[in-house]
Design a protein around this ligand. Structure first.
Ligand SMILES: Nc1ncnc2c1ncn2[C@@H]1O[C@H](COP(=O)(O)OP(=O)(O)OP(=O)(O)O)[C@@H](O)[C@H]1O
Length: 270
C-alpha cells in the first residue's frame, strides 16, 4: 500500500503566534498543506523554523491562532474533550525523547495495556491482551515476556523508541507524527527505527508526517517534502523534485550543508 489521491489532513492559512507586543513570535505563518492517505511527508527546516509548533497544532496540543485544519474531509472540530479524544484515536505521535512522553513509574505492560484499552478493547480477556502485546513487541523485535515487569528507565533509548512504535502498532492511528524520532539514538538503531516505521506504513496504510532537520533522511523516507524557513513553506513537492531539483535558495543551502563522505571537510569555517 502507498500514497493515495485522497487528501486526509490539510491546512489553509494555518498560523501560530506566541506572545504579544514586543514578545510576539509568529512561529508558523499562513501555511497551506495537503497530506494524502498512506503518504510519507517530511517537514524539513533548521532549528526554530516552526516545525514542532506545526506538529503540535496538527496534534491539537496547541491552538491555531488563525486558519483552518481539515481532517478526513471535514473542518476539524476538537473544541470539547470528547471530540479531542476521538481525534486522538486517529492521530498519534512519537517524539525525539521517548522517555519524556510517559510516566516513568508505569511498567511497560501498563503502557501497552493502555493502548488496548484506548482501542476500545478493555473487556478482552487478559490472555488475549497478552497475545496482542506480544505481537506488537515482536513487530519491533522486542520480547514482551522479558519486558513485561520492567520500567521505561530500564530500557535503552533505541529499545524505548521501538516500544513507542509497538504502541503505534497497537493503536493503529490513521496519521502518525514523528518528531525527530531518531535524533537521540545511534546510527544503527536509527536505520532500524526508520525501517520499522516504513513497515508500519505498509501494514496499516498510515500517513506519516516526519519532522526533521535532516534533508538526507527526508529524501530516504518521504513521498513529499515541505521545506520550512521562518514559519513558512519556501518549497514543497515530491521528494525527487525538491531534493534533486531544488528551486529555493534555502533548500539549496540545506542540501549543500549535508557533509559528503567522499569530500574533504573544511573545518576552518566551523
Ligand atoms: N511555547 C512557546 N512560547 C513562545 N515561543 C515559542 C514557543 N514554542 C516555540 N516558540 C518559538 O517559535 C519559533 C518556532 O519554534 P519551533 O519549536 O516550532 O521550531 P522548530 O523548527 O521545531 O525548532 P527545533 O528543530 O529546534 O525543535 C521559535 O522562534 C521559538 O522560539
Amino acid at each position: 500500500m502507498a500514497k493515495s489521491d485522497e487528501v486526509f489532513l490539510s491546512g489553509r492559512g494555518v498560523t501560530k503566534v506566541y506572545g504579544f507586543g514586543d514578545k510576539k513570535t509568529v512561529a508558523v505563518n499562513k501555511v497551506d498543506f495537503d497530506f494524502h492517505k498512506g503518504e510519507i511527508i517530511s517537514i524539513v527546516g533548521e532549528s526554530g523554523s516552526g516545525k514542532t509548533t506545526l506538529a503540535k497544532m496538527l496534534l491539537g496540543l496547541h491552538s491555531v491562532t488563525s486558519g483552518e485544519i481539515y481532517y478526513n474531509g471535514k473542518l476539524r472540530d476538537i473544541r470539547s474533550t470528547r471530540k479531542k479524544r476521538a481525534y486522538w484515536k486517529g492521530i498519534q505521535a512519537i517524539f525525539q525523547d521517548p522517555f519524556s512522553s510517559f510516566n516513568v513509574f508505569n511498567r511497560i505492560d501498563t503502557l501497552l495495556l493502555d493502548c488496548i484499552n484506548m482501542r476500545g478493547q478493555k473487556d478482552l480477556p487478559y490472555d488475549k491482551k497478552v497475545e496482542l502485546m506480544t505481537e506488537a513487541c515482536s513487530f519491533v523485535n522486542l520480547k514482551f515476556a522479558e519486558l513485561t515487569k520492567k520500567y521505561p528507565f530500564e530500557l535503552s533509548g533505541g529499545q524505548m523508541q521501538r516500544l513507542m512504535i509497538a504502541r503505534i502498532f497497537l493503536l493503529k492511528p490513521q496519521i502518525l507524527i514523528a518528531d525527530e524520532p531518531t535524533s537521540m539514538i545511534d546510527a544503527c538503531s536509527r536505520a532500524t527505527i526508520l525501517d520499522m516505521l516504513l513497515k508500519l506504513r505498509e501494514e496499516i496504510n498510515m500517513t506519516i508526517i516526519f519532522i526533521t532537520h535532516d534533508i538526507g533522511l527526508a529524501y530516504y523516507v518521504s513521498d513529499s517534502v515541505y521545506i520550512m524557513e521562518h514559519g513558512v513553506f519556501v518549497e514543497k513537492g515530491t521528494a525527487d523534485d525538491v531534493i534533486l531539483h531544488p528551486k529555493a535558495d534555502y533548500t539549496k543551502r540545506l542540501i549543500n550543508d549535508v557533509p559528503k563522505i567522499y569530500e574533504e571537510w573544511d573545518l576552518s569555517t566551523v
